[in-house]
Ligand binder design. Sequence first.
Ligand code: SF4
Length: 354
Amino acid sequence: MPHPLTFHQTLPKAAMPTASTWPVEDVLDLFELPFNTLLFRAQEAHRAHFPEGDIELSTLISLKTGGCTEDCGYCSQSVHHDTSVRASKMLSPEVVLEAARKAKANGATRFCMGASGRSPNDRDMEKYEAIVRSVKALGLETCVTLGMLRDDQAKRLKEAGLDYYNHNLDTSPTHYNHITSTHSYQDRLDTLGRVRKAGLKICCGGIVGMGESRRQRAELISQLANLNPYPESVPINHLVPIEGTPLADVSPLDPLEFVRTIAVARIVMPEARVRMSAGRRELGDTVQALCFLAGANSIFYGDKLLTTDNAEAEDDRVLLEKLGLKTRQVTEVKARMPGLEDDHHEHSHAPLAG
Ligand code: SF4
């Protein structure tokens, strides 16, 4: 059943589209271009806005895992699904800070922190603010994903020094009620509006391969591109089906369709960091290389995402080197790689929370 909300009627003011919007039909036309033409156009857009070979490295840590009352169909952290993930307490600030130091030493420029849950409670908010302050003091960009926010919470995070707030739209409005029943698409848009109002940058993308049609992928990209302004950071996840979740047995998406999604995102949001996120490892080097060609210029770097394995750091280094994507950060990583260790693997999960 289609989602009852319509985009133009329901967007909060802070997220109203501009005159230069991308209607779904126009985005769909891009999806349907011959593959080479699409990649050529994506390359043109990419090179017009970013230096060649400039890949952003971000590191992700889970501050609080599992036990979430929401029922997002892809997520292993929901109490509604029978997965192996168990609820954990919030990490101590010391552990987070140590992980941030290591991430910085290994070349990450942004430190992303996720916590499971519908929205942060007031007691946890103080802890999140303290963590943001201390990570920021290390000289890293900070990003958190904590679920839905009120105005005052967004403001407090901004005042603590937060740079980015991650809150994904996940999928198209017309597919959303097949994915989640405990909150609405409008709830997501409302939080994005509040985050913008507080002056934060937005990290917002989605997950493809959740049984949606190509048109629905175009709807998702259209929604993102029509945010005003569009997100600074756009993570595109490829579903990693997790046993025990409702999407465990969904038919896998053709990897070339994932590449197309990245290319379309690059064309319609030319100045955004388009991030290849969850599912990268499963796609293999060749598809990842095509994604870089299609305009992806950010990856999560490290051994794991929130709940799914990330490409091994060493594999990343080798791949980036093979492709000649030697950013300054990667050069630092290369020098330090032999000692790369992460004591907090067990706490790390996929960038899908919130
Ligand atoms: S994606 Fe976030 S809100 Fe949804 S179930 Fe997982 S942790 Fe909860």
